[in-house]
Design a protein around this ligand. Structure first.
Ligand code: GLU
Length: 497
């Protein structure tokens, strides 16, 4: 293994622009970013768009913006520039594979010339019937190296004749491929199980295997972090490195992300796109913290980590082998913790658009400060703001008179107490109409009048909210303001009469 500590670590995140940034991709990017940062190395972003049929318009922009939102921007490779445009930066570009086709052609040719790859002119009909024959003979399907026996003259004639071809990598027969994975240790594959891979397709584009090996080599990537789904590709890559006589990088294959039922994480059981979490009002720090712990932990009780702390504590050798369950309740917990940690101003700025979306009519006389204060302590995600407080924004509360009466009381007593309470509240100054002073003064008034707390506070809270569960009557009165509160208390009295 060529990797040694003296080398400057260079990692990469190499998404294909087929849609959105998957939460699994976010974790891959995070680990690669953190590993580079903690070693004062480089983290670059490469776009792997050689399968043009799978490309989705706007996907690159979307990927980059999601990464930026998460705070994981690469300084090299494909980036978003100051004008919010997609750009490339760095000495090893272009960093978009579709702009590197000549490079792959050149290296494929190197392999052909050294006898490690060959032209294959087999038609799809031939390949199809080969596959069927192998299937009916109960064999594993594989290419039969038919074109390997073509002579130089045959090949030249076919090329001159402009016959369609692919270039295949000549996989050595019955050889053991061994490589080291930081997560899984020594991995062995036998080449008997590896087909002669296509490295250049008939449209002239490289396949993933060739493009990724050539790029990782030319871009001096020496530490490859990617999902476990790529593990079976790695022996093919190792063989390519060897065929080129290039040093093999260090690999780390990250454990699968799982649904709660231990099946592979899927959209059917909830969101998987980073942008969906962003839109619902998850904070980037919370999502990053959460995914950091999917497959790794520092071995202590600590669960809350800033990106800086992750950079200090992350240990690539402690990544787990077993699949990591993507528990959305746990993510909600992280998010609520991060929401609580925001300053009240930050919270307001972030939460306001969600409130305006949830509540169509917000009257100007409400004390939203108090509402934000309560909600900051309560919600798991910003999109939940105001959801349980719709009574604040409705003018006519629907509840039955019986609900106004405390369980140990009577309608008559309730009516009397509410009248006394209104008399008291009318005397309060607007500037004192704050939850804390309301609480102090009302409790004092109840005691001095020889009343019982429940007998005043229950009907007060119910008259203000029409709800069995709500914030305290003082907090609600604070949000509603003096006029609206008195109004609702008077409406309750009307109902009781
Ligand atoms: N383009 C591959 C993907 O979309 C990258 C695999 C790798 O990291 O080698 O995940």
């Amino acid at each position: 293994m060529f990797f040694n500590k003296k080398l400057k670590i260079r990692t990469r995140f190499a998404p294909s622009p087929t849609g959105f940034l998957h939460v699994g991709g976010l974790r891959t990017a995070l680990y690669a970013y953190v590993l580079a940062e903690q070693n004062k190395g480089d983290f670059l972003l490469r776009i792997e768009d050689t399968d043009q049929s799978r490309e989705v318009e706007g996907a690159v922009d979307n990927l980059l913006k999601s990464l930026k939102w998460a705070g994981l921007e690469a300084k090299e490779g494909v980036i978003i520039d100051n004008d919010d445009k997609i750009a490339e930066k760095g000495n090893f570009g272009p960093y978009t594979q579709s702009k590197r086709l000549e490079i792959y052609q050149k290296y494929a040719k190197v392999l052909v010339d050294s006898g490690r790859a060959y032209y294959c002119f087999c038609t799809s009909e031939r390949l199809e019937s080969l596959k069927n024959d192998q299937k009916s003979a109960g064999q594993a399907t594989h290419y039969d190296k038919h074109c390997l026996s073509l002579t130089k003259e045959d090949i030249k004639a076919k090329l001159d004749n402009e016959e369609k071809y692919v270039i295949r990598f000549k996989v050595p027969e019955k050889q053991e491929v061994v490589f080291n994975d930081v997560v899984r240790g020594e991995i062995k594959f036998n080449t008997a199980d590896i087909d002669d891979q296509i490295i250049i397709k008939s449209d002239g584009f490289p396949t993933y295997h060739l493009a990724s090996v050539v790029d990782d080599y030319l871009m001096k990537i020496n530490y490859i972090i990617r999902g476990e789904e790529w593990l079976s590709s790695t022996p093919k890559h190792v063989l390519l490195y060897e065929a080129f006589n290039w040093p093999v990088p260090q690999f780390a294959h990250l454990p699968l992300l799982l649904n709660l039922d231990k099946s592979k994480l899927s959209k059917r059981q909830g969101d998987v796109a980073v942008e969906d979490y962003r839109d619902q009002g998850y904070l980037p720090e919370a999502l990053v913290n959460f995914v950091a712990l999917l497959g790794w932990n520092p071995g202590t009780e600590q669960e809350i980590f800033s990106l800086d702390e992750l950079i200090k504590l992350f240990d690539v050798k402690k990544i787990h082998k077993a699949g990591a369950v993507f528990n959305r309740d746990k993510l909600d917990w992280f998010n609520s913790e991060y929401i609580k940690k925001l300053s009240s101003t930050e919270f307001k700025v972030l939460a306001r658009p969600y409130l305006e979306k949830n509540i169509t009519k917000i009257s100007a006389d409400l004390n939203l400060e108090k509402l934000f204060e309560i909600e900051q302590q309560r919600i798991n995600k910003l999109s939940e703001i105001g959801n349980d407080l719709s009574f604040i924004f409705t003018d006519n509360l629907a509840y039955s008179v019986a609900d106004l009466v405390w369980k140990k009381s009577t309608p008559e007593l309730t009516l009397k107490n509410l009248e006394l309470l209104i008399g008291e509240l009318e005397g309060y100054s607007q500037s004192n109409w704050r939850a804390d002073s309301l609480e102090k003064n009302i409790i004092k008034f109840i005691a001095e009048s020889g009343l019982k707390n429940g007998d005043v506070l229950w009907p007060m809270r119910f008259a203000l909210t029409g709800q069995v569960k709500s914030p305290t009557p003082f907090e609600v009165a604070d949000i509603l303001g003096q006029e609206k509160s008195l109004d609702r208390l008077r409406q309750a009295i009307d109902k009781l009469k």
